[in-house]
Design a protein around this ligand. Sequence first.
Ligand code: ADP
Length: 505
Amino acid sequence: CNGWRRRTRAPSRPSLYVVQITPELAAVAKVGGLADVVFGLSRELAIRGNHVEIILPKYASMRYDQIFELQEVYKDLWVPWYDGAIHCTVFFGFVHDRKCFFIEPHSPDNFFNRGSIYGFKDDVLRYAFFSRAAMEFLWKSGKHPDIIHCHDWQTALVPVFLYEFYQSLGMTHPRVCLTIHNFAHQGVTGVELLHATGLHRPERFFDPTRMADNRHPKALNLLKGGIVYANFVTTVSPRYAFETKDQGQGFGLEPTLHTHHIKYGGVVNGIDYDIWNPEIDRHIPVHYGVDSVDGKYDNKRALRHRLMLADNDKPIVAFIGRLDPQKGLDLVRHAIFYTLERGAQFVLLGSSPDDRINGDFWGLKQMLNESPDCHLEIGFDEDLSHLIYAGADMMLVPSRFEPCGLTQLISLRYGTIPVVRAIGGLADTVFDKDFSDRPLHARNGYVFQDYDNAGLESALGRAIACYRNHPDHFRELMKNAMRSDYSWNVPGQDYLNIYDYIRDA
Ligand code: ADP
């Protein structure tokens, strides 16, 4: 079942026509790492000569300044919905050279004409509609991609629609790859979905081998439907693939993954080194690379200046991420106090859609307001995130679970030493300076196992001590980190292998 892991693609293989159907895309509609992955993978596939198109909803909240040559290309798309159909317009535009189609429905539901991307009671219906609309658009416009790549529960109905409706209408060519970026969200819903989408036949879809939720058999599970119907299912690291299938991290989908293990695998995400690269990053004041690491300290000064932190000889420990319990928020909180106690500085950049969590961190911010060694920035700020990656010395990622994690990969590129918990993609990409069995030059950070304060302190304490007592060792570690290659090169090849594998199957 690992046949797809062949590394090189035979030169005789033709280039592929790949359509990504996605709820998020970096630069225009980003909530988390999914947005970066769709953008980065699409770019890599295009660089390798494949034809790539991206379909996403036309959100009112998108960054329209990042979309070029936006124009209407399909006026009369009627998408079946309940007993009628909803009229949609399809727009085309370029997002940093990527070819994108944006679907805009016209109905009183106002599916995408809202203040934010997620967080609404009808989210399941909104994305069921989008999935149906994307398929209807492909069919009506006569597009026959070799591969349709969909992402997370939001577009997991795509293969269900393909094989239940569109195959018999002549769409026999495409194969579907579903990538699951996080098993915590699955789109669990009621029978209404079947009425809305025209799938009807509850006896068929509530069958446990199709879409019945494993925990609540009277509910439907969109992500499960995607796993059952897709030709291949990936998640975003091999370790997370194992944890979700065999270690109880699948949020109820473990038996489904077991049944379909033959078409399930993990591919570590890449990052886009045109964007995340301290040698060319437009957001940072001084460029630096593995042969000029001292430039990092100019960025450290700039970061301190921007956040009004004291300029001293202390290391800066940072945290960047969604303030979600998944990210280990109680350990983050502990780390702030521990870091200050150990004579280091702490910088946090994060926000949550949950006002209560934001409120907790605002409270903490007020409590630490007087400290010249601590700054908590509660909000989403891409520009500031670049300066933190460049200016901090260590990046803390103490997640409860982490499918892949991009923060540690970005940090590595900036020579910012990751201090992480050994789970999911973190375990696949960060290797402990003192305890890893990897050769010395391949060690690139600090790792702890147990989700508790002692575990966190064991790794963070060693990192701070090394910075202070063995600066030469710390510098070597920074260089190892900066030499790690987490570009899209290898994962791009892995996905092409998967695409070839399912086309041949
Ligand atoms: P997830 O997908 O679970 O949110 P990842 O580590 O895969 O986590 O991806 C997080 C991405 O979002 C990274 O690119 C990170 O820099 C960015 N990010 C997270 N929170 C913020 C924030 N508050 N401001 C700016 N960027 C953020």
